[in-house]
Design a binder for this molecule. Sequence first.
Ligand SMILES: [Zn+2]
Length: 257
Amino acid sequence: MIDTHCHLTDPRLRSRLDDVLNRAQVAGVTRMITIGVTLADAAACLELCDRVPNLRCAIGVHPNHSHEVEPADLPQLRGLQNHPAVLALGEMGLDYHYEFSPRDRQRATFEFQLQLATELKRKVVIHCREATDDCLTIMAAFPSVRAVFHCFTAGLIDARKILDAGHILGFTGPVTYKKSDELRAVAAMVPEDRFVVETDAPYLSPEPMRKQKTNEPALVIHTAQAIAAVRGKTLEEIDQITTANAERFFSWSIERS
Ligand SMILES: [Zn+2]
């Protein structure tokens, strides 16, 4: 299984990375994509990818960090995309829940990255919180860009809009939470070739491990299990489906014997 979205550069994971990677291996989570959220984090992601096999990354400026990256420095993202471990641009987007960055700064940073994705023909990883309509409106100006809406937790109507625009959904721990009936309804209806699984570790531990404060890639199995249950599939089938989807979306295939 591939954890398509984690933050292994976060000190909570990085400080005990060998254990985290071992537990992932034991759980059958053999590949991971670690996500860079600032330019400084990008360097840390690349350094990790250079020494950890089966690890790749996406590099971008997260909306909650938009105010920390000077507009004049954003063009550095272009060169970073040349590194062979980088599979996509992001995470990028809009976050109206926290609004750590002013909305106009979030938007400008988002548009810069969508323009770059257009030029480089890159897939993008979207962080979108309470902002689906604005995200899709902005993205409509960059029609060739295909995205994964990571950590999708909105409802059926938003899911429909995102899928109709040609993008895919990433499911995380919340799909396992007791109150998430509508999210499970989304997981049940999304077409088989249009979703991936992820942890967003160290955040959002899934049930039944929700008490584990620091989420980690091994636990993506529980999210896949919840999706298997609502789709009437086995865990192995969801593994095959989401692995194929992630390989296709991120253009990351491996030799199989
Ligand atoms: Zn993330």
